[in-house]
Structure formats: structure tokens, C-alpha cells
Ligand binder design. Structure first.
Ligand SMILES: Cc1cc2nc3c(=O)[nH]c(=O)nc-3n(C[C@H](O)[C@H](O)[C@H](O)COP(=O)(O)OP(=O)(O)OC[C@H]3O[C@@H](n4cnc5c(N)ncnc54)[C@H](O)[C@@H]3O)c2cc1C
Length: 410
């Protein structure tokens, strides 16, 4: 049975970042990847997707953007190529086409079972992704059979969908981007809007992410926030990777996208929307104002403010059997898939309980989850700091383990 010091599960940017940090400390390890490096960017992204983070933010341990367009936004294919290059230049020990089927504690370490054999290691890092499977609400089962349901992970382009109108459920990054794309392709689009994070692409002449980065907003730590559970569940920002272009609800509704409230139920084939959209939008406007105040306080000068979100009359019901809607896009988020984890660190909802990526099972770590250690943890740019700190913890654990073994041997 092969053994190593650390098994990393997953060769996305997080697994590769941890690998880079372990290599810098000469900690022997292997990265087990069920498909290829950057699998999620190759298989789970739609054709037109570009990062919503600018190129200069595509930073990883020992890696910075080297192209000639620092303010542009990488396509999914470019992200995959960048990660492939990162894995090569880091000489990351990745074993591709190796699916981890279980991880369990054994003999003071872990047995990692894969479809290619079993590994033994005292430490394991779970880097298998926070967005592995689409999170579709249970009410989706009530959708009439004639309607096509897709998720952002399966959607590729407007031409893939049957002719007809589209209901996009969810107005975070994926939802607003897909509503925008489908509307531009000539479809009639209804967007069901729940809680969302309104964000202008540009603020005071710079990309909003420049301000959030420079002012330290993205560096806010997990042990500094009042309500960490809430912070970890904040939806993604309404941004699209297109220079200077804002895709907030005002932009979409002015272009002709019909707004509706949160999809609250489906009864007898009729989609029912919440009537609270004006309040939800008011809250999003308020939070944007607060965020800009924070940025202004850092900058020492006040910037522009954006017009409140305009909500005209919104439908409370939409008959899904009328023929008006042919497709529903469930842009309702994603969740991790850790069904193969056979270690008692999961809560009732199947989420790993952890303290900044350190689990209660010694030697078992987690990376890549929202607000793992910082607000930016869910972004590519967040992996460097998280990976460095988790590697420090892991190295300390190995030292302590070695010390215990030496003492018991003497
Ligand atoms: C639609 C979308 C757009 C995004 N846009 C941006 C953006 O603009 N900017 C930004 O910074 N971030 C963005 N993100 C967030 C984040 O960067 C990505 O989710 C990123 O892919 C997460 O990296 P990761 O390494 O944690 O996980 P992943 O990239 O998901 O990598 C996990 C790897 O683990 C492998 N794996 C899973 N299970 C197993 C198993 N059992 N055995 C072996 N291997 C396994 C998978 O095949 C995969 O390769 C976006 C996310 C999504 C979903």
C-alpha cells in the first residue's frame, strides 16, 4: 500500500496551492484528482463564462498573472490552461483519473481509498471543491414535465435550450450572467430574485474588486466577523467579467428582463413568487451603500452613489403550463460533495465542521470553502493566504506527531 505524508483530494486551484506550500516545506505529498487538473473549469462552466475577478487578482502561491491584460477577465478555458501551467511549473505530484471513494481514520492517520488503490497518510487535505454539485431546491420536482430544467453546471449556451421563454431562478453571479446572456440571445427572460449582493463593476474609475482588495474588505478574517454562519452563506456578487459593464437588476430590467420575487412554491404547475422583492432590493441597496461607505472611509474621500433598484409591478404567479416558459435555469447555488468522507466531522446537513479549515480530527484539513479563513477564501485570490496558514498548522501537527513518536520510542 503506497504511503505519503499528505494526501490532497482535488487538483483545482486550492489543491494545487496547498501542494505548492507543502513542497516549499519539503513535505512529501500526492494530489489525487478524479479527472484532470482544473476539472471544474473544463467541465462545469458555460461557454461564455469569464472570471468576475480581474486578471491581476489571479494570484496563487508562487504565481502571478503574467499576460498583457491585467484588467481583463480570463475565460474558463484560460483558467484551465493557467492551472495546468501552474501544476507543471510547481511540479505538483498530481495523479489524474484517480477518484477518492473514501477517507477514514486508521492507525493514527488516514486510509484514502481510491478507484486506483489505497493510500495511507497521517494528514489529508480536502480540496475537492465547494461548488461540486448544483444545489437545486426541492420544489424543482413540482415543475411540469414539459419544461426543461438546467443548472449553470450543465448549461453551455442559449442554442442548447429548446425555443421559448426562460425562467432563471436566482440572481447571484451565475443567475444575472445567464439572464443577461439569454436575454441578449433574443429570449424572453423572467428572473426570480431572492437575497442578492448588488455590486457595480466600476467605482470611482476603478474595478470594484480593486477597492475591495486595497481597502482590506476581502482580507477580513473569519474570527473577526460577528455572524460567521451568515457570512459563509452570503450569495456571490452580481458581477460579470466584462470591462465596465454592470449587470445589476436595474441594468437587466432596463434591457427588458422581467423581474419577479423569490420563487416560493409551485402549485398545480403555477410558479409562485414572493411579493417581497421591493424589500429585498432595498436591503441590497442598503448593503451596497454600507460597503461603499467602508471603501470611502479607507480612501478618505466620498465617491458616487448608485440609483436605488427600481422595482415596478412584479408577477406573483406564472403558469408554467401556458407555453410561455420552456426552460428553467436553476441558478440557485452549489454545494460540496463529500459523501465519500467517512470521518465524523460532518454536521446534520453534511457540511464539514471546521475552525478555519482545521477539523476536529487531527491531521484532517479543508480548503476552498466560503469564508474559510477570510472573506476572499472562495476566490482564487484567497487560496494563497489560506493555504499558507493551513500548511503551517499541518507542519506543526507533523512536528508534534514526530515528537510523540520519538518520546514513545525512547
Ligand atoms: C460558476 C463559477 C464561477 C466562478 N467564478 C470565479 C471568479 O470569477 N473568480 C474567482 O476567484 N472564483 C470564482 N469562482 C469560485 C472558485 O474559484 C471556483 O469554485 C473554484 O473552482 C474552486 O476551486 P477549488 O480548487 O476549491 O475546487 P474545484 O475547482 O472544484 O476543484 C476540486 C477538484 O477536486 C476534484 N474532485 C472532487 N471530488 C473528488 C474525489 N472524490 N476524488 C478526486 N478528486 C475529486 C474535482 O474533479 C476538481 O478538479 C467561481 C465558481 C463558480 C462555480
Amino acid at each position: 500500500m503506497p504511503s505519503t505524508t499528505t494526501v490532497i483530494v482535488g487538483a483545482g486551484h486550492c489543491g494545487l496551492a496547498i501542494s505548492h506550500c507543502l513542497a516549499a516545506r519539503s513535505i512529501d505529498h500526492v494530489v489525487l484528482e478524479r479527472a484532470e487538473v482544473a476539472n471544474s473549469w473544463r467541465t462545469q462552466r458555460w461557454d461564455s463564462l469569464r472570471l468576475l475577478t480581474p486578471n491581476w487578482m489571479t494570484r496563487l502561491p508562487g504565481y502571478g498573472y503574467r499576460g498583457d491584460d491585467p484588467d481583463g477577465y480570463l475565460s474558463a478555458r484560460e483558467v484551465a490552461a493557467m492551472l495546468e501551467d501552474y501544476a507543471d511549473t510547481s511540479a505538483a505530484p498530481v495523479l489524474t483519473s484517480t477518484t477518492v471513494t473514501s477517507v477514514r481514520a486508521a492507525g493514527g492517520g488516514y486510509l484514502v481509498r481510491t478507484d486506483q488503490g489505497i493510500w495511507r497518510a497521517p494528514t489529508v487535505v480536502l480540496a475537492s471543491g465547494a461548488a461540486t454539485v448544483p444545489a437545486v431546491p426541492a420544489l424543482a420536482r413540482l415543475v411540469p414535465a414539459e419544461i426543461t430544467s438546467v443548472t449553470p453546471a450543465g448549461y453551455r449556451n442559449p442554442g442548447d435550450l429548446p425555443p421559448g421563454g426562460v425562467l432563471v431562478v436566482g440572481a447571484s453571479a451565475s443567475g444575472v450572467q445567464l439572464a443577461d446572456e439569454l436575454h441578449r440571445s433574443g429570449r424572453a427572460v423572467t428572473l426570480a430574485v431572492g437575497e442578492h449582493v448588488r455590486m457595480p463593476r466600476t467605482y470611482r474609475g476603478r474595478d470594484i474588486l480593486w477597492w475591495l482588495d486595497a481597502s482590506g474588505v476581502l482580507d477580513q478574517r473569519y474570527d473577526e466577523v460577528d455572524d460567521l454562519v451568515r457570512a459563509r452563506n452570503v450569495p456571490s456578487m452580481q458581477l460579470v467579467g466584462s470591462p465596465g459593464r454592470t449587470v445589476d437588476l436595474n441594468a437587466l430590467s432596463s434591457a427588458g428582463v422581467r423581474l419577479a420575487g423569490r420563487l416560493a412554491g409551485i402549485q398545480d404547475g403555477v410558479a409562485q413568487f414572493s411579493g417581497s422583492l421591493p424589500n429585498v432590493c432595498m436591503l441590497a441597496d442598503l448593503k451596497l451603500g454600507r460597503l461603499l461607505n467602508t471603501v470611502d472611509a479607507w480612501a478618505g474621500a466620498a465617491g458616487e452613489r448608485f440609483a436605488p433598484t427600481v422595482v415596478r409591478s412584479t408577477p406573483l404567479g406564472l403558469d408554467l403550463r401556458s407555453g410561455e416558459i420552456s426552460t428553467i435555469v436553476w441558478a440557485t447555488g452549489y454545494r460540496p460533495d463529500l459523501s465519500w468522507l467517512d470521518v465524523p466531522v460532518l454536521d446534520r446537513k453534511g457540511r464539514v465542521v471546521h475552525d478555519g479549515g482545521v477539523t476536529a480530527c487531527p491531521g484532517l484539513y479543508l480548503i476552498g470553502m466560503p469564508f474559510l479563513r477570510r472573506r476572499k477564501s472562495s476566490l482564487i485570490d484567497g487560496a494563497a493566504d489560506d493555504a499558507a496558514e493551513l500548511t503551517t498548522h499541518l507542519a506543526g501537527y507533523l512536528d508534534a506527531l514526530a515528537g510523540r513518536r520519538e518520546r514513545s520510542a525512547s
